[in-house]
Design a protein around this ligand. Structure first.
Ligand code: SF4
Length: 384
């Protein structure tokens, strides 16, 4: 069976890595188990794992590789949580580098683009203890008034949970109120690592794994599409990475089952492995994840998450070179042009603040893939 889908060189590589049985499952489209995931992470054979992930990627998408044109707005970095990997947050207003944009200021950044062609605003913020809930709904309404053509993807499950607690609302009430003000989809941030051991060390005072998953479950039930993430390369163990992927896969199973009977339901569109950065935070003593680990994690994510359509290589965090290479290791999306990214640049990311459409197209074409400009819901805007 392997012979039918892998080249002879790849077959030898897989055999040498002792992954024949996993390759059989991948080729015959069987689901990989938790134990398979552990074995893949234990294997140093990136070529073998990459060949299997690429097989899945090409089965799903051929050479098509997606990107969009977007802008990021981080309206405030004041945050009362204390995640030890975070370089972006400041505990209180008035601290060095703390900021909160006025609504006019935030909208002004979008208005300044004038007629520049973008399709999406991505909004993620700190957990500001002093802002009313109306700040967020006003922000959404003002953006929609300025640029009704833009899709607004915003507010992580961490933020949604915080608002629910702070303002005495259910998750559904928070999501509905934000949606009524203009929100159309949710990013996948804040998942970090679900496993209790790692999560307690990394981010003990924000939403736990069950809460994060329940916010997304609620969003899917309400018909909203969302993304999901995993922070990798800090203190987590391989078992905790696999546990994280399996929990996401289980929620996606639930959401897709609901969607099978009611097509208005939402689901996870994309999984984004987020590489830990080790500057300006309390984990600066740790080494940054290597390119090998990044590619391996992307590839294993593609293999384990058999029910999530896309694996996204977020070039801001990975760097352009690894993001481009990842297109042969399972990734089918490069994120977007971005403009004004703050969260990872404050953590030491050396990437530019923006890539142009032509630069993204060049990265994709040079990797032998076909660039496709998409909107947030993966509708094709243009084949480049
Ligand atoms: S990761 Fe998010 S929740 Fe945690 S401290 Fe940073 S901004 Fe706050």
């Amino acid at each position: 069976m392997i012979e039918a889908r892998l080249s002879s060189v790849q077959r030898r590589t897989v055999a040498r890595a002792g992954l024949d049985d996993i390759a059989d499952k991948v080729v015959s489209e069987q689901r990989l188990s938790y134990e398979d995931g552990i074995r893949l992470f234990a294997s140093p054979d990136l070529a073998a794992i990459g060949a299997l992930a690429n097989l899945v990627r090409e089965r799903l998408h051929g050479d098509l590789t997606y990107f969009n044109r977007n802008i990021h707005i981080n309206a405030t970095n004041v945050c009362e949580a204390s995640c030890i990997f975070c370089s972006f947050a400041r505990l209180e207003e008035g601290m060095p580098a703390a900021y909160t944009m006025s609504i006019d200021e935030a909208v002004g950044r979008i208005a300044a683009l004038q007629d520049a062609f973008i399709t999406e605003v991505h909004i993620v913020n700190g957990l500001h203890p002093g802002l009313p809930f109306s700040y967020y709904t006003d922000l959404l309404r003002a953006i929609k008034a300025a640029r009704p053509d833009l899709h607004i993807k915003g507010f992580t499950a961490v933020e949604m949970h915080y608002y629910a607690q702070k303002y005495g609302m259910t998750y559904a009430q928070v999501i509905e109120a934000l949606r009524e003000a203009g929100l159309e989809s949710m990013p996948g941030g804040g998942a970090e690592i679900f496993h209790e051991r790692a999560r307690r060390k990394l981010c003990h005072d924000k939403v736990d794994a069950e809460g994060w998953l329940e916010v997304h479950r609620t969003a899917h039930r309400l018909g909203m599409r969302t993304n999901c993430t995993m922070l990798f390369g800090s203190i987590e163990k391989n078992e905790e990475r696999v546990d994280h992927l399996v929990r996401l896969r289980e929620l996606q199973d639930e959401s897709l089952a609901a969607r099978a009977t009611d097509p208005s339901k939402g689901w996870f569109q994309t999984f984004i492995p987020l590489k830990f950065h080790n500057e300006n935070n309390r984990l600066a003593r740790l080494s940054a994840p290597t390119g090998h680990d990044a590619l391996r994690t992307i590839a294993i994510s593609r293999l384990m998450l058999d029910n999530i359509p896309h694996i996204k290589s977020y070039w801001i965090m990975l760097g352009q070179d690894i993001a481009q290479l990842s297109l042969s290791y399972g990734a089918s999306d490069l994120d977007g042009t971005v403009r004004e990214e703050r969260i990872y640049h404050m953590a030491g990311a050396q990437t530019p603040q923006e890539l142009t459409r032509n630069q993204l197209i060049h990265l994709i074409r040079a990797a032998g893939r076909i660039p496709v400009e998409r909107d947030t819901h993966y509708n094709v805007v243009a084949e480049a």
